[in-house]
Design a protein around this ligand. Structure first.
Ligand SMILES: [Mn+2]
Length: 356
């Protein structure tokens, strides 16, 4: 069992790499998407929290994709700090909005994604985390509702009042000049069809490149958000995703927090089921109280997931991969959450060591 830290763009510095090591991490996962560009709902030096309907920010430059040279440099800096670069997490909507929306630029964007996967392979980065979703991570509220008035994320009911405006997908604006109006609702069957087409086209390239694509479940895991269908909003739906495209490169970024928010199933069985198939590329570890559409995130040592039991399950199934907290409650005087992350890592390290 390995422990990792997720690094947002502003954290790609030696000081944060050193923090990862101080906290007992051996691995890091890097986000290259600038989530908060020109956005007003989230400070750019924090984790992505966002608001109920306001987008995170404006998507990146559609012409600018990562180069093999950039990726190799990133990897060597991280390795130079004594860490392993385990994955890149998420694609920028600028590069794949028409894959999600089945729009006119879809063929060119498929080629772009294939190129990015090849470059990951050339740079020796083995995993690309992604989240195939129209509404993306939205519909959440933040409040000082955690232990000791920590600021936590949660849901205060369904998010269906405001449909997604045109020019926006995955909770980011990819076209600031889009005409007025909203995205037409699509069916669950149509969303699955789009995913299937995407996987059929990119998985052969991923296999050749030695890269695994790792799907995050829908967060929050509601059947619909903003009048658009969700893909993986119950634990068993991951199985459908795997069977949709059998390939060693078709894998999961299994999110314990999101799965605990789901209305069915249980997280221990889900980890058992998917790890036995060798399908977990890496795991997001976080705790939560309640289930959709009413829940809030908590510190790791409280909440509905029994972390002692969860870590025992990972150990029993011989879970060989990396686990990392995806987000943590934060204190007012701790804008980038390092104090809360440090608490989280201390707890996880203690648990693992106590189990031997
Ligand atoms: Mn997650």
């Amino acid at each position: 069992m390995k422990i990792g830290l997720g690094l947002y763009r502003h954290m790609l510095t030696r000081d944060y790499y050193d923090f990862a090591r101080q906290a007992g991490c051996t691995h890091v996962v890097v986000h290259l998407v600038d989530y908060f560009n020109q956005g007003s709902t989230n400070p750019s030096n924090n984790q992505p929290t966002g608001a109920k309907y306001e987008p995170w920010g404006v998507a990146g430059d559609p012409e600018k994709i990562w180069t093999t040279r950039d990726l190799k440099k990133l990897r060597s800096e991280i390795e130079g700090a004594g860490l392993v670069l385990a994955a890149i997490e998420n694609l920028d909507p600028a590069h794949w909005h028409d894959i999600l929306l089945d729009g006119p630029q879809r063929p060119q964007q498929i080629e772009k994604v294939k190129t990015m996967i090849r470059r990951l392979g050339e740079a020796g980065i083995p995993v690309l985390g992604y989240n195939f979703s129209l509404a993306g991570v939205c519909g959440r509220v933040t409040a000082p509702a955690g232990r000791g008035r920590a600021i936590t994320l949660g849901m205060d009911g369904p998010a269906e009042d405001v449909p997604i405006p045109k020019g926006m997908v995955w909770n980011m604006v990819y076209d600031q000049k889009a005409p007025a109006g909203t995205l037409p609702s699509i069916s669950h069957a149509e969303l699955w069809r789009r995913l299937q087409r995407f996987l059929a086209e990119v998985l052969p390239v991923a296999e050749e490149s030695g890269v695994r694509l790792a799907a995050h479940p829908d967060d929050p895991p509601m059947p619909t958000m903003r009048r658009q269908p969700r893909l993986v909003y119950q634990p068993h739906m991951y199985q459908r995703l795997l069977e949709l495209a059998p390939s060693p490169s078709n894998a999961l970024e299994l999110c314990v927090g999101t799965m605990a928010e789901m209305t069915e199933g249980n997280i221990y069985e889900a980890v058992d089921q998917y790890s036995k198939q060798g399908k977990i590329a890496y795991l997001h570890l976080r705790n939560v109280v309640g289930r959709v559409p009413h829940y809030r995130e908590t510190f790791i040592d409280e909440g509905d997931v029994d972390m002692v039991k969860a870590i025992k399950v990972y150990r029993e199934v011989g879970y060989p991969y990396m686990l990392m907290p995806d987000h943590v409650p934060v204190a007012k005087n701790d804008p980038d959450g390092l104090q809360s992350f440090a608490f989280c890592y201390g707890y996880i390290r203690g648990l693992i060591q106590s189990l031997g």
